[in-house]
Ligand binder design. Structure first.
Ligand SMILES: Nc1ncnc2c1ncn2[C@@H]1O[C@H](COP(=O)(O)OP(=O)(O)OP(=O)(O)O)[C@@H](O)[C@H]1O
Ligand SMILES: [Mg+2]
Length: 257
């Protein structure tokens, strides 16, 4: 079997607070392989962001073991992270924002201009490199955030409700682009959302978490077709999509009850 991107064994996490420990996550076991697009759904406060922080190494779990590419995760290494808000540097142009991520990733200065062009192209922002970050729309800013996360060519991309603040049309367009990120089978994505529609559209696998502390209530493969040349509208209109949507929605209702 190929090496797992991420492997969690008996992972749990509690936050310390004045009133005593707050159990936020687990215990849970989960393995994510290259080519998987795992979407995590769960009630507010169920530990979804905690889960991403534990996987990225920004939070050390209170119990259990996390392996990222076979090693203990180190913050800022091996994963790209996209948050709900783009968190760009307002004093830099769009291109310079991406250039900064390339510098952090150790890409030699001479190679950066070409990589910036490629990354802008990849996220559909071709000519916007010289713009300031406040001169582009919210959806375009989120595309820059995705380009920044891809700059280090991470094997694993973690996305925490990245489209929650966007209008419906921009959101659908970005979903269509992001859905292809795992197509070449080398990368994995773990994506958190509150939207069942978004989950079914994007995922190759959906994980529903219970209420806090988040444990796995449902781990469901999504057998919808993937790959180039697919019509997003046909996919969203298919009977299989509707059936999966129903199944996930009732699982989410059950854990929220
Ligand atoms: N720094 C902290 N100190 C204490 N408790 C925390 C801390 N961060 C999160 N928590 C608690 O841990 C639980 C899980 O938080 P987390 O942010 O992972 O939830 P979430 O599933 O991402 O929620 P949402 O959907 O609202 O983003 C919550 O109940 C929260 O109150
Ligand atoms: Mg969260």
């Amino acid at each position: 079997m190929a090496e797992a991107l991420v492997e969690l064994v008996g992972v749990e996490h509690s936050y310390k607070s004045k009133g005593g420990p707050v159990p936020a996550l687990g215990p849970l076991d989960l393995r994510v392989d290259p080519g998987e697009f795992v979407v995590v759904v769960g009630p507010s406060g169920s530990g979804k962001s905690t889960f991403l922080r534990v996987v990225s190494g920004f939070e050390h779990p209170s119990g259990g073991a996390v392996r990222l590419l076979g090693r203990t995760p180190v913050p800022g290494r091996d994963v790209g992270v996209v948050f709900q808000q783009p968190r760009l540097f307002p004093w830099q142009s769009v291109g310079a924002n991406i250039g900064t991520s390339l510098r952090w990733a150790g890409v030699p200065r001479a190679d950066r201009p070409q990589r910036i062009v490629e990354l802008l192209e990849q996220v559909g922002l071709g000519a916007l490199g010289p713009r300031r970050t406040w001169e582009i729309s919210g959806g375009q800013q989120q595309r820059v955030a995705i380009a920044r996360a891809l700059a280090a060519q991470p094997r694993l991309l973690l996305m925490d409700e990245p489209f929650a603040a966007l209008d419906a049309m921009t959101r659908e367009r970005l979903q269509e682009d992001v859905r292809t990120l795992t197509d070449d089978g080398t990368r994995g994505v773990v994506f958190v959302t509150h939207s069942v529609d978004e989950a079914v559209f994007l995922a190759s696998r959906i994980v529903v978490l219970t209420d806090r502390p988040g444990r796995i209530a449902l781990d469901l493969p999504v057998p919808l077709p993937r790959g180039a040349g697919l019509s997003a509208d046909e996919l969203r209109g298919s009977a299989q999509y509707a059936a999966l949507r129903g199944e996930v929605a009732s699982a989410v209702r059950a854990v929220a009850a």
